[in-house]
Design a protein around this ligand. Structure first.
Ligand code: SF4
Ligand code: SF4
Length: 162
């Protein structure tokens, strides 16, 4: 079974979590260069329960897709409305093209809808402002375009070092 190894991407502020006061440009207060400073006492939610898709899906994604290597965190356990969607969250401003290509290929093969976000270059001053891209069934992309609210974007707000 995969382990996080040296990756701490989900603690570094690329995911939004109110309880840990974490947002883009602002890592969790317990995140250090040596890992989690309170690892043995880290909260159950979100820290002990969160597992990104790379950690869970060894068959679907190779080692290069570890978030700290590929520049994106993949999340699959937070649906958007009725859709079992793959969310791609950049570790930085945007998802690197080779990573997005790989995820698009995977989404097409598994027939899953896909959404990815891009931040403003000055995201530290505007952590909640993102643009959203999508791919998949037409019904899904239309719903994404017209029915999505800010809370739909941020409903993946769970970090942790599993
Ligand atoms: S769960 Fe977090 S620390 Fe572990 S591999 Fe995924 S992003 Fe990295
Ligand atoms: S495991 Fe949780 S408490 Fe520890 S650094 Fe990561 S987000 Fe913070």
């Amino acid at each position: 079974m995969r382990t996080c190894g040296d990756c701490t991407a989900c603690c570094e502020g690329w995911l939004h979590d109110e309880s840990l006061e974490m947002e883009a440009g602002k890592p969790c207060q317990h995140c250090t260069s040596g890992g989690c400073a309170i690892y043995d006492n880290r909260p159950e939610e979100p820290c002990r329960t969160f597992r990104c898709e790379w950690l869970k899906n060894e068959e679907g994604f190779d080692d290069e897709m570890r978030p700290d290597r590929c520049g994106a965190i993949l999340i699959t356990d937070r649906p958007f409305k009725q859709w079992d969607v793959i969310r791609v969250i950049p570790v930085g401003v945007s998802v690197p093209n080779p990573t997005l290509s790989k995820v698009m290929h995977h989404a097409a093969e598994t027939a899953k809808p896909l959404m990815w976000t891009e931040r403003r270059p000055d995201f530290a001053d505007h952590p909640m402002e993102v643009s959203v891209g999508s791919a998949g069934p037409e019904e899904f992309t239309i719903q994404m375009k017209w029915d999505m609210r800010p809370e739909d974007v941020w409903s993946y707000s769970n970090p942790a070092n599993g």
